[in-house]
Design a protein around this ligand. Sequence first.
Ligand SMILES: [Fe+2]
Length: 226
Amino acid sequence: MKRSKINYLIDKAHSLAETFRVYLPDFAFLTVEDWQQQNCDEWREVLDLQLGWDITDFGRGDFNQMGLTLLTLRNGSLRHVGYSKPYAEKMLQIQQYQQTPWHFHMYKMEDIVNRGGGDLCMQFVWSTPDGDFDRQKRVEVSVDGRRRCIKPGETLVLKPGQGVCLPPQLYHRFWAEKTFVLGWEISMINDDQHDNHFLEPGGRFPAVEEDTPAKWLLCSEYARLR
Ligand SMILES: [Fe+2]
């Protein structure tokens, strides 16, 4: 992805959050210049756990069609000593018709919530032990405590306010309809390096083309500050 697009998308993400009256923590507002003035020791948790902005096109090269804007707000780690928090929280911003591709998590259970905007459409299929689709096994999910039986690949529409709980090993994909969706993820510890399994290989973090200076750092770029 071009750096100019990433700069633009994070500016836009700030205004969308404001539109929905969602107030973000301090680290979400630190520009590259601000980071250079900070005592990074104080921010060790943010840096170690990669809290912050995460813009991805899933390695497909067409962000508007397949992509996601995330802000990791909270996380823990099984790999770093000292971060025993067993849960994570993310803001998700999904543009109209923008898709997050088929994937599942090996260990992470997550709730995906539509906090406002359009419809959040989701599909589910169980994974076989070797990572293929199990099109036979019926899917049962909890939508805000109400059990829903869904055919593999059938679309579940989450209206604003609704959320679904996804167990590990359950393939899912989602996209926004009608208009932009402000999504939220509440989950067990998030480990994007090891816990995601995508049906089609792509890439979780984008390759960045530096066509203009960076205004914001992606959470995957904090190593630059060390
Ligand atoms: Fe997921």
